[in-house]
Ligand binder design. Sequence first.
Ligand SMILES: Nc1ncnc2c1ncn2[C@@H]1O[C@H](COP(=O)(O)OP(=O)(O)OP(=O)(O)O)[C@@H](O)[C@H]1O
Ligand SMILES: [Mg+2]
Length: 211
Amino acid sequence: MSALQRGRFITLEGGEGAGKTTAMQVVIDWLEQDGRTVVRSREPGGTRAAERIREVLLDPSTGELDPLSELLLMFAARVENLVHVIRPTLAKGQDVVCDRFTDASAAYQGGGRELGPEPIRRLAGLVHPDLAPDLTLLLDVPVAVGLARIRNRTTGPDRIEQAREGFLERVRKAYLAMAEAEPERFCVIDASQPLDKVRADIQRALDRRLR
Ligand SMILES: Nc1ncnc2c1ncn2[C@@H]1O[C@H](COP(=O)(O)OP(=O)(O)OP(=O)(O)O)[C@@H](O)[C@H]1O
Ligand SMILES: [Mg+2]
């Protein structure tokens, strides 16, 4: 019996208001037109328990968390998402598109919170030593542009968005450094462009990387 080929695992990354959630639909449409069955997820979150952990992480009423606690909670949510959503879906031969994954921990807790790359590397080695995204689209936008886009959201900034000055610049820098270090997995999209250009760039990246 030939083993079923595992589905493809695609992640969307980028800072606040870069357009990850908007890009999600572009990726799903492309995959479905290619005849694939697609499951979407997001991090932190993706299961009931992981969404509860998300609330703790993002609700401003949580108050300050030690960066290491924040990182461990992210990975606790990630285990739930991997065990209950990501791995079973890929094993069925279906594709998973996830709004943020471990690169976000490296950018936010490693870069933004200045834990550095090592704790994330070690936790990724523990939690998913055998699994990395097949493709990661990094939606890159200057911090001020992203913030301007989410300013008209009805809800206020979440707990992590409230971080002090310089935090989001470090997040962006960490993302770009990762993309430079792993060009075969990452594709950087200039998300400061108008939406139709961003959409076209994403489709072109998928044509090039996944066909
Ligand atoms: N290229 C673009 N040009 C102009 N506006 C955009 C562009 N991409 C997204 N937007 C708008 O910016 C806002 C934020 O986009 P979106 O929610 O997709 O970003 P996000 O990266 O998911 O944000 P968050 O970090 O809050 O999850 C939305 O109102 C969206 O319509
Ligand atoms: Mg979003």
